[in-house]
Design a protein around this ligand. Sequence first.
Ligand code: FMN
Length: 360
Amino acid sequence: MTDTLAASSPAHDTGAHDSGAHDSGAARLQRRMARGAAFLGSEVAVMAGAMSWVSERNLVAAMSNAGGFGVIACGAMTVELLDREIEATKALTSRPFGVNLITMHPDLMALIEVCGRHGVGHVVLAGGLPPKGSLEAIKATGAKVICFAPALSLAKKLIRSGVDALVIEGMEAGGHIGPVSTSVLAQEMLPTIAEQVPVFVAGGIGRGEAIAGYLDMGAAGVQLGTRFVCATESIAHPNFKRAFIRASARDAVASVQIDPRLPVIPVRALKNAGGELFTAKQREVAGRLDEAAVAMAEAQLEIEHYWAGALRRAVIDGDVEHGSVMAGQSVGMVTREEPLADILAELMAEAAGALEKRGA
Ligand SMILES: Cc1cc2nc3c(=O)[nH]c(=O)nc-3n(C[C@H](O)[C@H](O)[C@H](O)COP(=O)(O)O)c2cc1C
């Protein structure tokens, strides 16, 4: 596998131990990714970020088999479903992969226990700060904990509480997003925290040159989602993949909150009728709040539930008009369906090519 990925370099030089002026882009890339790859137990320090409904056994195994690191999206799965998904993924790959758990899941502790029983080596916690006891519970299983750090102060706090690695994800990404761009987060956070724990940069990465850039800035690796959705192995509905292939960067827009009383965590997805209906729904619920026809808690819940199932509707059922077609701005760089190994090899070749041109 190393041959496949290293040979992707234009220089076709696999001399990982070379140093000095004569080493190839591939060798430089391998050196820059060594820490992240050792942490993940993969060949290259590239994670396929968990994507609900998309990141199931097939995509995860394809990513890990290609030399990267696949992550199962647990999302709203029950304990039994996650148990089965991990088992099925293990049947498709003998390589390491991770599991992404949402911190708000009511059965978080039981899900951690399932990961432990299967010997999952890495648990990614998404969706907010880890609840009390969850980090300790994951570490007690022997797994490493990876968390999302949306700001420098929170990154420092997470490091103090014992996380093993961090993902910093900018607002260019697909799915739920924060307010700051990847380039600013990387500049603000990498110089301070990259030496303390491995940091993986995510959001808006579509080509290998950008990967090389973040590695040069101190990242241990990267996480991509959007770029892997149209992998041949991805079970996303053909309509979902077609929407990605047709879309350009400006079609991937963040949802808008229209009333301060009804908080909406922004989601980046392709523009469609579903997005407009969501805005209309917020307006309607806000109107009922004005008339005191609905209680605040109930109104907020109504908004929250509106999207429940919307991603499934688009990914699995193929309703890309009314479902949620979550996609990052890098969607414009998704131009065809191709095997995951080819996507990863292309990214690595671009990264190695960029490093080849560097002076040192
Ligand atoms: C369709 C889709 C679904 C996603 N679902 C999740 C999820 O369930 N949990 C999560 O932590 N991140 C989720 N993400 C974010 C990805 O894991 C990843 O961090 C992100 O896609 C990286 O940015 P990029 O899309 O610009 O490559 C999702 C992204 C997409 C495109």
